[in-house]
Ligand binder design. Structure first.
Ligand code: G4P
Length: 525
């Protein structure tokens, strides 16, 4: 197969959801369709148990297995599908955000009863920023939930994206009868069963008498009315708008009952984008270029002291990656070759000989990589678009063993390179502040500093609301602001100015008082 067709058939995406909406169940069903697993429950057993305490060692034990589910590759029809896992629950971390920088599209799972929830909203912000095409699966239709029209309004408002239903439910909960597949113009009849695939009926059109026979007069009439309303309110599905991240097609179903999943997958492979051009500081990189290029978006450290190696995950942005070929580690300016690159196919970790743009390859790493590093066939490229997002929790990190200052500094630097958390240095008192998006990260850092670097740290509480990256064309104003807020000014690891606002009120006041200054909640603007 030519390079072009290999790349064209790749679909690399993430499933995002608020915990409990059904992400794991849906992922598992997608894998079942791909023949990647044979029994339901295989993914589930790998997932971080919801009952997990904040005891991260326990979580880490489970996470050992979750390397296998970080990237799940499988073949479906003529497509090569790569699903990237986005950690949630207790292990929600910056990793979750960064994973979204390595996908070409996203499927959002929403619980019909709960609608849009916090974690989904946060992750959607990243998608919006990057104009990632988004598809929505409204799950748990076998349960009572919100009125579908209200839900569509909620999706538009809460996710800040236009929506267009491509399937439509006939009732829900106990009286759920199925969905009308608008994309394919057929009727999917629901049978509450976890194993079998639903029955699909091709209708001549929605007015056919067969519909009445299958779902009853009342529901048939209601469906026709709903469809009329949909056609009146929503314009016809425009794939270009989907691809530019402005319009999200919506499907309804029940992952647990394997209902509506195949329809979602069939539409997904047909319309979701293959790898797209990626920006570097130097130029735009086209996926079909012969030369290989890729960037590291995730580093998975092994906490087991007997196996201290890491896996660095590379998203291939262009060309073909080959085993045992020399590639340039651009930041170090040196050549490296990899004898044991891995990929996860059908849930099995395998050594790969070659991989193409869109694929993710795991490289064994002993500390040579940091997040955002670029590998190429030789060209000096630097990929853009691995932004840092404002952390939600902040703590001063203090040295608890004055004899080990060097070790502590080295440890903090390396852990930050790995992307475990963010470091800010307060410019007023020179103290180091660590920012994370999940409480667990503080425990992870403390443990790793001790066990890997022999350094001891102490945490000191600090009340901060957000970290804002600031910029302005008005340099006098910028200097004035920095002076006024001196106690709250810090620099991040790249030396950029960051304002640490201690409350939403303070931030709003600052925005009001300094109209020429832009406050960003991510480092990429
Ligand atoms: P998550 O990864 O997004 O956190 O969600 P997960 O798939 O684990 O699903 C959360 C719960 O919702 C699970 O129940 C799962 O069985 C259930 N669920 C998923 N899809 C559907 C659906 O279409 N209909 C219904 N009724 N339930 C669904 P649980 O009791 O928490 O777990 P388990 O005991 O079933 O494993």
């Amino acid at each position: 197969m030519s390079l072009q067709s290999e790349i064209n058939r790749r679909r690399t995406f993430a499933v995002i959801a608020h915990p409990d909406a059904g992400k794991t169940t849906l992922t598992e069903k997608l894998l079942l369709f791909g023949g990647a697993i044979h029994i339901a429950g295989a993914v589930k057993s790998n997932k971080i148990k919801k009952t997990a305490t904040s005891d991260w060692m326990e979580i880490e034990k489970q996470r050992g297995i979750s390397v296998a589910t970080s990237v799940m590759g499988f073949e479906y029809r003529d497509y090569k599908i790569n699903i990237l896992d986005t950690p949630g629950h207790q292990d929600f971390a910056e990793d979750t955000y960064r994973t979204l920088t390595a996908v070409d599209s996203v499927i959002i799972v929403v619980d019909t009863a709960k609608g849009v929830e916090a974690q989904t909203r946060k992750l959607m912000e990243v998608c919006r920023m990057r104009k990632t095409p988004v598809m929505i699966f409204v799950n748990k239709m076998d349960r009572e939930g919100k009125d579908p029209f209200d839900l569509l309004d909620e999706l538009e408002k809460e996710l800040g994206i236009h929506v267009r239903p491509l399937s439509w439910p006939i009732n829900q909960g106990y009286t759920f009868k199925g969905v009308y597949n608008i994309y394919k113009d057929n009727l999917e009849l629901f049978t509450p069963n976890k194993q079998t695939i639903s029955e699909s009926v091709q209708l001549a059109d929605i007015n056919s008498a067969e519909l009445n026979k299958l779902v009853g007069d009342k529901d048939a009439e209601k469906l026709r009315e709903d469809m009329e309303l949909i056609e009146g309110v929503y314009s016809t599905f425009d794939i270009e708008k989907y691809l530019s991240g402005d319009l999200a097609p919506v499907f309804f179903g029940s992952a647990l009952n394997t209902f509506g999943v195949k329809e979602l997958l069939d539409c997904f492979v047909e319309i979701a984008p293959s790898p797209r051009p990626v920006h570097t500081l130097e130029r735009e990189v086209n996926p079909y270029e012969e030369n290989f290029s890729g960037f590291i978006f995730k580093i998975h450290a092994n906490m087991d002291p007997n196996h201290r190696s890491c896996i660095a995950f590379v998203k291939i942005c262009s060309g073909k990656f080959e085993r045992n070929v020399n590639y340039k580690h651009v930041r170090h300016g040196k050549l490296m070759r990899f004898s044991a690159p891995t990929a996860f196919m059908a849930q099995k970790k395998e050594t790969v000989d070659e991989a193409y743009a869109g694929d993710i390859v795991g490289l064994p790493d002993t500390g040579t990589f940091k997040i955002g590093d670029t590998l190429t066939s030789g060209e000096n490229l630097h990929f853009k678009g691995l932004p840092s997002f404002s952390p939600e929790m902040f703590k001063y990190i203090e040295n608890a063993d004055p004899m080990k200052t060097k070790q502590l500094d080295k440890g903090i630097n390396q852990l930050m390179d790995e992307g475990v958390a963010q470091l800010f240095v307060n410019q007023f008192n020179n103290r180091k502040i660590i920012g994370t998006v999940g409480q667990l990260q503080f425990e992870v850092i403390q443990y790793r500093l001790l066990h890997e670097y022999g350094a001891q740290c102490r945490w000191e509480t600090i009340n901060l609301y957000k970290a804002c990256w600031i910029e302005s064309d008005n340099l006098t104003e910028l200097e004035k602001f920095k002076k006024r807020k001196a106690q709250f000014m810090a620099i991040d690891k790249e030396g950029r100015d960051v304002f640490l606002a201690d409350s939403n009120y303070v931030l709003q006041m600052a925005q009001n008082d300094f109209k020429d200054i832009k406050f960003h909640f991510s480092s990429e603007f």
